[in-house]
Design a protein around this ligand. Sequence first.
Ligand code: AMP
Length: 345
Amino acid sequence: MSENKKLRVGILGAGQLARMMILNTRHLGVQFVLFCEKITQTTKNLADHFEASLEDKEALKKFCAEVDVVTFESENYEEELVEFVENLKPLYPPKKALLVAQDRLKEKTLAKELNIPTNKFIKIESYADLLDASQKLGLPLILKARRFGYDGKLQFHLKEKKDLLALENENLEGFLAESFVPFSYEVSLIAVRGVCGEVRFYDLCRNHHENGILMETRNIKNKKLFAQAKEHMQKIMEHLNYTGVLTLEFFVLEEELLFNEMAPRVHNSGHWTIEGADVSQFENHIRAVLGLPLGSTESSGSYRMLNCISEMYDRNQILLEDGYYHDYEKEPRKNRKLGHVTFSS
Ligand code: AMP
């Protein structure tokens, strides 16, 4: 009989992704420690936590001393912080991936370098740059902050000349202009790579966004797009010497993929894997960062996940319809993701 050592994972962040990493790996006997600026009900009773400023080096040192490995639930941590942590404990996914994924310009540039098709993009630092970009890309175009934009935040759809003129006096440092893609639909691919380089792919996800917020995801079986997406994923994972779960998002235009962005973490479009795949994205991410054998990413059925935005669905109704109900125990707020439900069909 082998003696299984207790494994301890530190997570930077304490939101719903941390919650689902904890809840979906309980059976593995992993202990979690969270580091966050403010703990909330979402994870409060699920794990030990450090509640401190991200600049508090002493608290970070104590956090790192409590765990074997550190991962994160958001890519928006500053390079200095990430380096500090990395010098104390193994950090996965690797810093290089995090730094690329937190900057839209770096993401698109990497895709281009690796010959992964993406829509045209131009770095913006000023209004003059924006005017110039509008000549080169034409209108409509999409203006996005390079960092910190999510769920459609810090993103502007510029349709006409007057939309450009309205930005004349704005500070446009750190933006990116992108050509507008008249896509048929959007997909994401979620994959996991182990420390030895083994890669496993979940089904392709078809995603529906409204106002930049993911509303609905279904797993789909589209051989052609899946093959393209897997090839792009392999290239990026190898280039970044990746460990953990990685998500790539694409536009589908004329049955071809155009890279949109990536997330170096478990992703909202993969929540259906909790019930729909042999081993969920959450468990496989934790397995990967701990150097454990990866689990099967296979899915035998069709699943549909709906986000609960601003308010929760009626629990009784969802259960009556044989849905899986996930409440993140968050305070309701407009446009906030409060939970999700999954149906198998
Ligand atoms: P993002 O944060 O880049 O994923 O953007 C949020 C959503 O806005 C995407 O999922 C698309 O629905 C839409 N969007 C973003 N960029 C573009 C684009 N270049 N062309 C058309 N729609 C876009």
